[in-house]
Write a protein that binds this ligand. Structure first.
Ligand SMILES: *Cc1c(COP(=O)(O)O)cnc(C)c1O
Length: 492
């Protein structure tokens, strides 16, 4: 298998339009005007230009091709594998996009009267029920706009519940492998974050948990499968321990695409969890939004869910606000409705059997990459992987080649790099999540490229260290824009 794509998805040899023009080329020829010239107000002569200096003259196809080629500089899932671990960059079937863009969905206005919004409200209500069944939880809110906002909403619900019991408590336990949003959300909710070390196998251990548990612990925030792509095996005992200590269990469900139809966080004993519709349930993402982070809860937490809530009465749907214990509104209107439409269409088009195959294939694909690369890259944890796998640069370091070099070199091979240096507990991490939507041939191409880079690291480390070589800009100073931002444009 040749590692370099024959069809490298990006051709960066694109000049400026100004270099391309040729005298006399035209895009459009306008008909001569048949308006009387006296009908137009006379313009001052100095405002009427006969000529625009330096303006390139181009044909229509010159312009179309230029911008089409530039548009291809954006790597996207439609080009090829996008193995960003934890982000679940999978292919989103066009069908769901079409459904979401139907005018009756896309043009529905949030201020439309309830009588004219029955279809939209029904969709929200039914999606809540689908997601409750998929997660094993009892009810949920679709309002939060991201996983992180879902976490915050979930923590607010936990605080509201414990406050009602008479003691909101002060601490939240979070394993060291967690996504950075977990401690942020707990902190924003005024909890003190206590980190728990993962065991040598990447899992949370009962002994470590017991040592931290006490009457001051409000909740454990746990990701399952965790960000190392490893299933937390002791999850039932973990939940029982936290409950015995009077705390609640929050499950970060961002990795739900490994569990669909196979196991349910609700059955494991979790009390609150969020989902990322833009990861597991098709919404194109990666440009910073829009997203959707529904929060599912067990029955006893229902009173605290945000308002408004869609209720069904006598075959009609209504937006209800009358929940006195609710944490209130977390977002305008009722969430990113377009994302809800996509998720609804996705669940219906996949069906229960299809959703289960999603997770089986997500896990199979990650393990296929693991098997294909373990002879050349060091596994961070050599135990059963779920939907993502983590290698490190340990074997390449002795040739002076680091994770960053490997990631940059992948771009020369026509692939988007994986997530790097996360999770923090795996030094030099290369976190690869192929997702269920990749065909085997694409996985083989990726494996071949990674192997070729490992060989280059041994024989020609400078080549890898100086990557990328095929892109218009090479290595950027990745922190300068944050440290020395230029926020004002001054003409020179
Ligand atoms: C993506 C992710 C989040 C945060 O979700 P956003 O929608 O990006 O806010 C939280 N936890 C994990 C494990 C994730 O992968």
């Amino acid at each position: 298998m040749k590692a370099q794509r024959a069809d490298h998805p990006m051709d960066f040899r694109e000049g400026l339009l100004f270099e391309r023009g040729a005298r006399g080329r035209v895009g459009y020829v306008l008909e001569a005007s048949d308006l009387e010239s006296e009908a137009l107000p006379a313009l001052p002569a100095e405002l009427v230009r006969q000529d625009i200096p330096g303006m390139p003259e181009l044909s229509e196809i010159d312009v179309i091709r230029h911008f089409t080629r530039l548009s291809r500089w954006n790597y996207c899932i439609d080009h090829g594998l996008y193995p960003l671990g934890s982000c679940t960059m999978k292919y989103n079937p066009r069908l769901h996009e079409l459904v979401a863009r139907r005018p009756r969905m896309a043009l529905a206005h949030p201020y439309q009267p309830e009588a004219l919004s029955q279809g939209c409200l029904r969709l929200i209500h039914e999606l809540e029920q689908f997601l409750a069944r998929i997660t094993g939880m009892d009810t949920l809110t679709l309002q939060p706009s991201a996983g992180a906002q879902g976490e915050l909403t979930g923590m607010m619900i936990i605080r509201a519940c414990l406050t009602q019991r008479g003691d909101p408590r002060s601490k939240v336990l979070i394993p060291d492998s967690a996504h950075g949003t977990n401690p942020s959300s707990a902190h924003l909710c005024n909890y003190q974050v206590v980190e728990i070390k993962s065991g040598a196998d990447g899992r949370l251990h009962l002994e470590d948990l017991k040592a931290r548990l006490g009457r001051d612990v409000a909740a454990l925030m746990l990701t399952n499968p965790n960000t190392l792509g490893i299933f937390e095996q002791n999850i039932a005992e973990i939940c029982a321990l936290v409950h015995d200590a009077g705390g609640l269990v929050y499950c970060d469900g961002a990795n739900m695409n490994a569990l669909l139809g196979i196991s349910r966080p609700g059955d494991m004993g979790c009390d609150v969890m969020h989902l990322n519709l833009h990861k597991t349930f098709t919404t194109p993402h990666g440009g910073g939004g829009p997203g959707s982070g529904p929060v599912a809860v067990k029955e006893f937490l229902r009173p605290f869910l945000p308002v408004p809530r869609v209720v069904k009465e006598g075959g009609r749907y209504r937006l209800a606000e009358e929940f006195p214990e609710s944490i209130g509104r977390v977002r305008s209107f009722y969430g990113n409705f377009g994302m809800l439409v996509r998720a609804y269409a996705y669940i219906l088009s996949m069906g229960a059997a299809g959703l289960k195959r999603v997770s089986e294939n997500a896990v199979l694909n990650a393990n296929y990459i693991k098997a294909g690369l373990r002879s050349v890259y060091q596994l961070a944890y050599d135990i059963d992987s779920m939907h993502e796998v983590i290698f490190t640069d340990q074997r390449q370091l002795k040739f002076g080649v680091k994770t960053l070099d490997i990631a940059k070199r992948l771009m020369d091979y026509g692939f988007h790099p994986p997530t790097i240096y996360f999770p923090l507990i795996a030094p030099g991490a290369l976190m690869i999540e192929p997702t269920e939507t990749e065909p085997r041939a694409e996985l083989d191409r990726f494996i071949a490229a990674m192997k070729a880079i490992a060989a280059e690291a041994e024989t020609d480390p400078e080549l890898v260290q100086s990557a990328p070589r095929t892109t218009p800009v090479k290595r950027l100073d990745e922190t300068r824009a944050a440290r020395q931002p230029i926020l004002r444009w001054t003409p020179d």
